[in-house]
Design a binder for this molecule. Structure first.
Ligand SMILES: Nc1ncnc2c1ncn2[C@@H]1O[C@H](COP(=O)(O)OP(=O)(O)OP(=O)(O)O)[C@@H](O)[C@H]1O
Length: 724
């Protein structure tokens, strides 16, 4: 609903909004949030999970969305323009361009990103095993030095990508390496800049695909490696030890980046299991993909990074901000992503039933829960009202204002789970920790108003066996405390990597085999106002049907001279609806009190009128009960209106005050909604009243049923009714 609303606003707005550049607005896919790519031992799969999920105009997007048609189209164009090497590249499914890079042998695809495919290869002159990252354009074709100037998009891709090698060479300066050799070994190194040199070189480089050569870190990324480990069904303590080692390596790499004693410190800015590789021999973790790195040289710079792993104070939907910066202190961004990676590795790795996540093993589910709960908490009239306020005050700032709304809701929902861990101890704390790490579904489902960011349902919450061993180990060493700080929504509270590395968790290798499981419950999903309203719609429809039956049916029966005195039900029903109508009016207008003042006496009059049909002894009693109930209802209404802060929107007022397009678009969605309630609850009592009058008139008509009623029967009281 919220998405629908945003899209409506966005589409209708003619104001110069700060529009997102991200493709996500056209085709919203979960993997665009996660931004992962995959390769297999055999090569790359252009239509599978293969990495195309990043930033604007990603190469794989073409292949992924349009499939073979796109490839065919490009192949035909390549042939038509005589670009045979490109044609061959397309038909051979992105094989390594050995013809133009003859110094490398035995290439094997390691993984694919949006703009590059990375291969493991041996550099023939030295025999060194390296990782060669070859850049491709949006059609999946290698970008050569001669292409660079021809196409604006290629220049953009290359300018962005060349920073990776340049950054790495700056990060891995000999003096920094000597100060923290361990940390340095956990960050990849750039051996050769195959972008800058060919671009400056002459004709001989014209057809060379632009590339960079990196130190080879390992065959599998951390996600894939962890998935393989989980399948081995090792002892619980072994998983804890492996995880400790991986976490240590990751943090040492981060320490090297963000705590470098030099003038410049670095933020990786896209840390996730898919951007860390594991050394085949030593099982040590190496941080790769520095293409999005930021540094203290320019603290206001921004880059595109995976929304899923962003700290709470940034846009997680990738809709509002395709690029984000970082908040000081410099380590705070990556340390948060590191904690999420640890959460991801603490799961059972089963995402098989979720299209887009299948094949992945270390995905933290906490952000997935938040995606849904944030949308749900924003599916409210108060959120709509806030958006309205943003628009009213600053017509051109709708986008950033709405983004803030989403961000604040994210922080609020995020803090709920973390606070539960902070405020508890012992088993209760372990249970709260287990919920944050493992919960994939809510307890109960009080109405979801969401757009699933990924197709398919997450599998039911299941705790990995080793989790309890892990949780016990964390709690025994105080690492749980650090984890909670790492995911704090306040960047200032997040510890430095070196501080985390000081934890006793890394100092002991003796791990108990079987942890103690505790019962834990997953949180309740916040109730969406819109879900409540949709139930209201159902109730309203049931009421309308009943009213139609009672009023029309009653009138027909009475008028048909069958002496069925249905008029009295019709009047009683109409009166009841009138008495209830202010409660509904309150949902849509500030003027509900006025509504109540109008409706209460009318409703009461109808109901009291209906009492005339009762025997004289009961009539007074029922009348007094009715009057007393109506007064109580009045009181209740005043209390509800006075103390409930939610759902009071005066759309009519806003529309008259402002008349820009955005407001009109907003009203397109909200006004019919409001009007619907108003009409139903205005029309129904009026209908009931009309029906009551018609039936009375027909009763009183000469030769009508009234004349047929015997003295002493209920119909004798009808005479009084003529005055109602
Ligand atoms: N130095 C390296 N050693 C071994 N494997 C590597 C190395 N660098 C990258 N890889 C592998 O190649 C994959 C893709 O690399 P990388 O993430 O750098 O590409 P990218 O185009 O920048 O991707 P993305 O669009 O996700 O940023 C990685 O997931 C990893 O498996």
């Amino acid at each position: 609903m919220i998405w629908f609303f945003l899209l409506t606003v966005k589409a209708a707005s003619s104001a110069p909004l700060d529009a997102p550049k991200h493709k996500v607005f056209e085709q919203y896919e979960f993997l665009e949030i996660l931004q992962v790519g995959e390769a297999t031992e055999e090569g790359l799969h252009p239509h599978g999970r293969t990495g195309s999920h990043r930033r604007t105009g990603s190469a794989g997007e073409a292949g992924q969305r349009d499939g073979w048609l796109q490839v065919y189209d490009h192949a035909v164009k390549a042939m038509a323009f005589g670009r045979w090497n490109h044609f061959l590249q397309l038909v051979s499914e992105k094989a390594f361009p050995s013809g133009h890079l003859p110094d490398f042998e035995d290439p094997k695809a390691l993984g694919a990103g949006s703009f590059a495919i990375t291969y493991k290869a041996t550099y023939k002159p030295t025999g060194q095993v390296v990782a060669v990252k070859v850049f491709k354009d949006s059609a999946g074709l290698w970008i050569t030095a001669s292409d660079y100037g021809k196409y604006e998009n290629n220049a953009r891709i290359i300018n962005m990508s060349r920073t990776e090698c340049v950054n790495l060479q700056e990060i891995q300066q000999p003096q920094s390496q000597s100060k923290d050799p361990t940390g340095s070994s956990h960050v990849t190194k750039c051996i050769y800049d195959g972008i800058t040199i060919p671009l400056q070189g002459g004709e001989e480089f014209e057809n060379v695909p632009l590339h960079i050569v990196l130190e080879f870190g390992g065959t599998d990324d951390l996600d894939k490696w962890w998935g393989k480990q989980l399948k081995l069904k090792k002892a619980n303590s072994d998983y804890v030890k492996l995880m400790k080692k991986a976490t240590k390596g990751m943090l040492e790499g981060l320490r090297f980046l963000s705590e470098s004693p030099g003038d410049v410190q670095w933020v990786h800015h896209d840390l996730k299991p898919q951007n860390m590789v594991v050394n085949d021999q030593t099982a040590e973790v190496v941080v790769v993909d520095m293409g999005t790195a930021l540094s203290t040289k320019n603290e206001t710079a921004k880059s595109a990074c995976t929304p899923f792993f962003r700290p709470p104070s940034f846009d997680h939907y990738g809709v509002f901000e395709s690029e984000v910066g970082f908040h000081p202190p410099v380590w705070s961004y990556d340390i948060y992503s590191a904690a999420l990676s640890i959460f991801g590795m603490s799961l059972d790795g089963d995402f098989s039933s979720v299209k887009g996540l299948d094949g992945l093993s270390a995905i933290p589910v906490y952000p997935l829960m938040l995606y849904v709960s944030v949308q749900n908490s924003l599916a409210s009239m108060s959120a709509l009202k806030q958006i309205q306020k943003c628009v009213g005050q600053r017509p051109n700032k709708l986008w950033s204002c709405t983004e803030k709304l989403f961000r604040d809701a994210w922080i609020q929902e995020h803090d709920k789970g973390i606070k539960k861990i902070q405020e508890s101890s012992g088993d209760a704390r372990k249970a709260a920790l287990a919920a944050v790490v493992n919960c994939r579904r809510w307890k109960g489902n009080p109405g979801e108003f969401i757009l699933q960011p990924f197709p398919g349902e997450l599998p039911p919450t299941h705790t990995a066996d080793f989790f309890w061993t892990l949780a016990d180990d964390w709690m025994a060493t105080g690492f749980d405390e650090l984890l909670v700080k790492m995911v704090s929504s306040n960047p200032q509270e997040r510890p430095r990597p070196s501080e985390v590395l000081e934890s006793n968790w890394f100092k002991t290798d003796s791990v108990t085999e079987q942890g103690k499981p505790v019962e834990y419950t997953c949180p309740e999903m916040p109730v969406a106002d819109f879900a409540v309203l949709s139930s209201m719609f159902t109730v309203v429809h049931v009421f309308s049907c009943l009213t139609c039956c009672v009023c029309y049916g009653g009138t027909c029966l009475t008028a048909s001279r069958l002496a069925v005195e249905a008029w009295k039900w019709s009047m009683a029903w109409g009166g009841l609806l009138m008495l209830l109508s202010p409660f509904v009016a309150r949902m849509t207008t500030d003027l509900a009190i006025l509504w109540m003042i109008l409706m209460m006496p009318c409703g009461l009059a109808l109901m009291v009128g209906a009492c005339k049909s009762l025997p004289a002894d009961k009539e007074t009693k029922v009348k007094s009960i009715l009057v007393a109930s109506a007064v109580l209802l009045d009181l209740l209404f005043v209390i509800v209106t006075r103390y409930s802060t939610q759902i009071v929107m005066d759309l009519a007022l806003v529309i008259t005050k402002h008349s820009n397009v955005v407001i009109q678009a907003l009203s397109l969605v909200a006004v019919p909604f409001a009007m619907y309630f108003m009409w139903i609850f205005t029309l129904l009592p009026i209908l009931a009243l009309l029906c009551g009058c018609i039936s009375l008139a027909s009763l009183n008509a000469p030769g009508g049923p009234r004349e047929m009623t015997q003295p002493g029967m209920p119909g004798t009281e009808l005479r009084g009714m003529g005055r109602v």
